[in-house]
Design a protein around this ligand. Structure first.
Ligand SMILES: *Cc1c(COP(=O)(O)O)cnc(C)c1O
Length: 453
């Protein structure tokens, strides 16, 4: 069979596929679907041979580039031996070794790994485990969850309920559990005389009041450490996490850290919680976990939580939650190979200089742009917030969809950028070169000039 051309592939797809997070009508005119054939390093190639620099790591999952030889080898070897097996009653080397490696590298005290199959599923697991823990230890009134404004934790009903991006959530509200929402420490919203740390402390004071009043009914609070990625890459001070940990300890409230997007080196440390030197009660990981190879997630938790579920079966307090593909050996093999790359390439050190390059390139391209309100960065995440009016930070009306002009222009120029509303961001794989950083920045600048015109 001959491979399909781009046009044929698009036609076949549009006849049968329904794409994620997409108004499918857009694909008829506004946004031609890109039909990919291959990927290599930081580049994707479409069915007509046009190449695209993957400046956003294919929705933040890809750490080492596409088709990395070391991960390919590990997955191929696993493919030939055991592609999949059920994980209840059975184990295998990739999962056991991965759990050992993750607990060794994670913040101290997270000694148990529970595997699931997507980021959203890991949030469901953490929420259910926290709730169930309080039932098991005789505190049945602790059933409520606290979440930050502008947070995102996934799309399944539980994960959607604890998230706060209205665009994804509003229509489903009648189906969602009721949560308590507190203000995000988002530093973009600081007052003119405030620092990021001031915002963090102000928000903590509000949470302290809430916890003091209602700790009897609160099971856990969820946070995305340092960066609310889907929430327009808003960032906050690490002190927020340190103070929140203290508050949670004081009031017997679980801290659930959703590092699905920021884990695995994105922020400059292997895990973002390390910036605040804290151990959450639950750490949710996915996306970079398998370096963009296979859908998998994991929830790490403490001996204390694990211990509350450990008893005679007839006590009926076990965690009876499962996913068919939990602990999939191919995914675990990819994850182990990715962890080896952190060791072999000293990526966290090289990322520090790549991040500095990213920061400089962004300053050069955007610092004096009349429509740029803020350039913010956390390690290998850099975001540029554009506005109609720089001084008043007045946003462009969302209906104008100006970011699509940037997306389309970048695709024309061979760069994959996908701004989130009025925020252009860069989250490149760790093998990106300085020249590629220059290219993505130049193309983004051109795109912004077109978008605000
Ligand atoms: C992507 C994401 C999720 C959801 O993960 P899926 O694998 O898409 O279900 C949850 N939380 C954060 C912070 C994410 O970035």
């Amino acid at each position: 069979m001959l491979p399909l051309s781009s046009a044929e592939l698009r036609e076949l797809d549009l006849a049968h596929v329904w794409h994620p997070c997409t108004q499918m009508k857009d694909h008829e005119s506004q946004l031609p679907l890109v039909a990919l054939r291959s990927g290599s390093g930081a580049w994707l190639e479409d069915a007509d041979g046009k190449r695209y620099l993957d400046a956003i790591s294919s929705w933040w999952v890809n750490l080492w580039g596409h088709a990395h030889p070391h991960i390919n080898d590990a997955v191929s070897r696993q493919l030939a031996t055991l592609p999949h097996a059920m994980f209840a009653g059975f184990t295998h080397e990739p999962a056991a070794r991965l759990a050992a490696e993750l607990t060794r590298r994670a913040p101290k005290g997270l000694n148990r790994c529970f595997f699931a199959d997507s980021g959203s599923a890991s949030i469901e697991v953490a929420v259910k485990m926290s709730f169930h823990y309080w039932q098991n230890v005789g505190r049945p009134r602790k059933t409520r969850f606290v979440t930050l404004s502008n947070s995102y934790h996934g799309e399944t009903l539980g994960a959607l309920a604890v998230g706060n991006v209205e665009l994804y959530k509003a229509i489903y509200r009648p189906l969602l559990m009721d949560v308590i929402t507190v203000g995000s420490p988002d530093a973009y919203q600081r007052a003119p005389d405030e620092t990021a740390a001031d915002v963090a402390r102000r928000r903590i004071a509000e949470i302290a009041t809430l916890f003091a009043d209602r700790h009897d009914e609160i099971a856990a609070i969820l946070v995305e450490p340092l960066v609310q990625c889907a929430g327009s890459m808003r960032m906050y001070d690490a002190e927020f996490l340190a103070l929140l940990r203290e508050l949670c300890d004081h009031h017997d409230i679980h801290l659930i850290a959703d590092e699905i997007a920021v884990g695995f080196g994105r922020t400059g440390k292997l895990f973002a919680c390390e910036h605040a030197r804290i151990t959450p009660d639950f750490l949710c990981l996915s996306k970079g976990l398998t370096a963009g190879y296979m859908p998998m997630s994991v929830v790490l938790t403490t001996d204390t939580v694990y211990g509350a579920f450990y008893d005679e079966y007839t006590k009926l307090n076990a965690f009876l939650h499962s996913h068919s593909y939990a602990g999939n050996p191919l995914a675990c093999a990819a994850a182990l190979a990715s962890l080896e790359l952190f060791d072999n390439t000293r990526a966290l050190e090289t990322n520090a200089s790549l991040a500095a390059h990213l920061g400089n390139a962004a300053q050069n391209a955007f610092e004096h742009h009349p429509n740029v309100a803020e350039i913010r960065q956390c390690g290998m995440i850099l975001a540029v917030e554009f506005v109609r009016d720089r001084e008043y930070r007045e946003a462009f009306p969302w209906r104008e969809r100006r970011h699509l002009r940037i997306h389309r222009h970048a695709l024309d120029r061979g760069v994959l950028l996908r701004p989130l509303g009025n925020v252009i961001y860069f989250m490149p794989p760790y093998i990106v070169t300085p020249a590629e950083i220059e290219l993505m920045m130049a193309v983004a600048r051109e795109g912004l000039d077109l978008a605000v015109a």
